[in-house]
Write a protein that binds this ligand. Structure first.
Ligand code: NAD
Length: 285
């Protein structure tokens, strides 16, 4: 069994991004800029935003966080996004989800300029991903693909079972796999007999948010396990969706939590923002 070390790869990617930032500044005078919109006081969201801001600082990006109260109006968020769309110093706009119930999230995500949509949530970029055209791809599944590539794991023709079908994890994960010629199955909360599906898989990708959902009797010998879930146990320990201790000995490769997919998500946010900055620099050249 080999660990897929997302932390190490994320550090390598960060280094590359940092040196690309130096080059971009030298060649165009441009510093990549990321604007984050954080609504409310959810501690997990605040922690993620803080991690993203620190990562931006490490690679030399300009970043700004717009913190807004829980009872903010739709109009106020929309005005901020419109401002960020027009701001030439901002290359990427990230709206930390979830937004409070009074807010129409779809409308907010649709307002982000697709060329600044570094989270890849705008329907324009979703469409480009599904049709296998270049665009912005959601950071978590993109990070998974990078991690597989780093370890020379070729998904072509492999049976891939994606467990979880959200717009930000499962669906884009499935599209990326399909675009690289994998055979893809998507399971979700209404899937009957999950085990029947996971047992067929060469690679299981699980992003659900249920501790110990994937147990050792649910995978075939030497399967590859990608654990995208992030959960906290009652004792505050960070764990994924996989019963790591019992599953790991049966796998050929597995991602740990923490230190697997999580750091790759942040690394991909940096690389998407750099990509946006280069696009904007080319446009203005
Ligand atoms: P979500 O709630 O939007 O979607 C959950 C999906 O899991 C749904 O498709 C649902 O049908 C499915 N599901 C729920 N219970 C199930 C079950 N018992 N069996 C099979 N499928 C089931 O969640 P999300 O935003 O996609 O996040 C999923 C997990 O991934 C969470 O743990 C989240 O913290 C984590 N996550 C991690 C990263 C990262 O960087 N590693 C990024 C985003 C989300």
């Amino acid at each position: 069994m080999q660990i897929l070390d997302g932390k190490a790869l994320a550090q390598k990617i960060e280094k590359n991004v940092a040196s690309e930032v130096v080059k971009l500044k030298e060649n165009t005078g441009r510093t990549p800029g990321l604007a984050v919109i954080l609504v409310g006081q959810d501690p997990a969201s605040a922690a993620y935003v803080n991690m993203k801001k620190k990562a931006c600082d490490r690679v030399g990006f300009y970043s700004v966080t717009h913190e807004m109260p829980e009872d903010i109006s739709q109009e106020a968020i929309e005005n901020t996004i419109t401002m960020m769309n027009q701001n030439p110093n901002i290359d990427g706009i990230l709206v930390q989800l979830p937004l409070p119930p009074q807010i129409d999230t779809t409308k907010i995500l649709e307002l982000v300029d697709p060329s600044k949509d570094v989270d890849g949530f705008h329907p324009y970029n979703v469409g480009r991903l599904v049709t296998n055209l270049d665009g912005f791809v959601p950071c978590t599944p993109l990070g998974v693909m990078e991690l597989l590539a780093e370890y020379n794991i070729d998904v072509k023709g492999k049976n891939c079972c994606v467990v979880g079908a959200s717009n930000i994890v499962g669906k884009p994960m499935a599209s990326l796999l399909l675009n690289t010629d994998a055979t893809v199955e998507i399971c979700h909360i209404f899937t009957d007999d999950l085990k029947k599906h996971t047992l067929q898989a060469d690679i299981i990708f699980v992003g659900v948010g249920v501790i110990n959902l994937i147990k050792e009797d649910m995978l075939k010998e030497d399967a590859i396990i990608i654990d995208i879930g992030i959960n906290r146990t009652e004792n505050g320990k960070l764990v994924g969706d996989v019963d790591f201790e019992n599953v790991a000995p049966k796998c050929s490769y597995i991602t740990p939590v923490p230190g697997g997919v999580g750091p790759m998500t942040i690394a991909m946010l940096l690389s998407n923002t750099l990509k946006a900055a280069k696009l904007h620099a080319d446009k203005n050249a």
